[in-house]
Write a protein that binds this ligand. Structure first.
Ligand code: SAM
Length: 309
């Protein structure tokens, strides 16, 4: 088990760019042995800190197609960097953002211009401007507006109400888009554009069920569904029946499958795993999460990768 008080050594820190350090907690010694690509989009449940564990456990996937029906921010795909991939999510704004990077419509300079312009107005008008951008986004669905909101909202959350309207509150920092912050986001866009370049990647907005039908024996499906028993309001409902259906699809597909899921914390175990995924091979990693900023509110969580074969 890892010591809670381990500090990053200067050598370990050098493995990360300044931008990446934001997303690597100091206790996460494993993740600093690798350089982790950090995507421009954030979301709750982002697997940045588990990337080294996922890479180590899954290994390189050279043959077949890497398939992610719940791609989210894309952090796993960007770090696995397979030659062929089908990357899907029901969040159309994330998918359209990545499609537009892939086709060269959204570039680092487009992002810079957009964030500088709207960032200045945010600094002038604060929360009122954030809410105006949110209303506009809920009318126009523009992925650049989505990026703006995602990078200036509360905790980088993604959440929609039952009418499909984005409803995350403002982070309360009017000067959110400093020059350094915009540069960091532009570098993240540039990094992932270069990772995608020359690869056969398809981004699809779809329900996960349809994505399973693309899989053949040589393919590898990485599934990171919304967590059962935890807040899933950012994606709409994730009912128990759908989680059970996912297990059925994972067992029936000819492809290999890796499920990412929380296993247990101090308070509870994820019973669903024992019921529906116990015949997969289990690999565990402990990590810590914070509720608030205080050290006493630092809680261990066991994360699981369950692999079919
Ligand atoms: C836990 S997040 C994935 C996080 C991702 N691995 C990452 O590190 O960024 C779950 C994702 O599932 C997507 N999702 C939820 N329900 C879905 C459905 N029925 N079909 C496809 N995607 C869905 C959400 O939009 C969200 O992006």
């Amino acid at each position: 088990m890892k010591s809670k008080n381990k500090q990053l050594s200067s050598m370990q820190l050098e493995l990360f760019s300044k931008e990446e350090i934001d997303y690597v907690e100091s206790d996460d010694i494993d993740s600093i042995q690798y350089s982790v690509i950090v995507p421009p989009i954030k979301c709750q449940g982002i697997k940045t800190k588990l990337v080294p564990f996922i890479k180590k456990t899954v290994g390189r996937h050279e043959e077949g197609v890497w398939i992610e029906p719940f791609v989210g921010t894309g952090v796993v795909a960007f770090n696995m960097a397979p030659q062929k991939a089908i990357l899907a999510d029901k969040n159309q704004y994330i998918i359209s953002f990545y499609q537009k990077i892939q086709s060269g419509i959204i570039t680092p300079s487009v992002v810079r211009q957009f964030l500088e312009h709207h960032g200045n107005l945010l600094e002038q008008y604060g929360k009122k401007y954030y809410l105006e951008m949110r209303d506009n986004f809920n009318q126009n669905g523009d992925p650049l507006y989505f990026l703006f909101l995602n990078r200036s909202d509360f905790n980088g959350m993604i959440r929609f109400n039952r009418h499909g309207e984005f409803n995350v509150p403002f982070c309360q920092k009017a000067d959110r888009f400093s020059k350094a912050y915009i540069t960091k986001i532009c570098n993240q866009v540039a990094n992932i554009a270069s990772i995608m370049s020359g690869k056969e990647w398809v981004f699809i907005c779809s329900n996960w069920q349809d994505i399973f039908s693309y899989a053949t024996e040589n393919d590898y499906i990485y599934i990171d569904p919304p967590y059962i028993g935890r807040d899933t309001s950012y994606v709409g409902e994730w009912p128990e029946e759908e989680a059970i259906q996912l297990s059925k699809f994972a067992h029936e597909t000819p492809a290999n499958v890796c499920l990412s899921m929380w296993k247990e914390n101090e308070f509870r175990k994820n019973e669903h795993l024992y019921k529906y995924w116990s015949d997969f091979k289990w690999f565990e990693q402990e990590h810590f999460y914070h509720i608030g900023a205080k050290e006493v509110n630092r809680h261990p969580m066991i994360e699981l990768l369950a692999i079919k074969r």
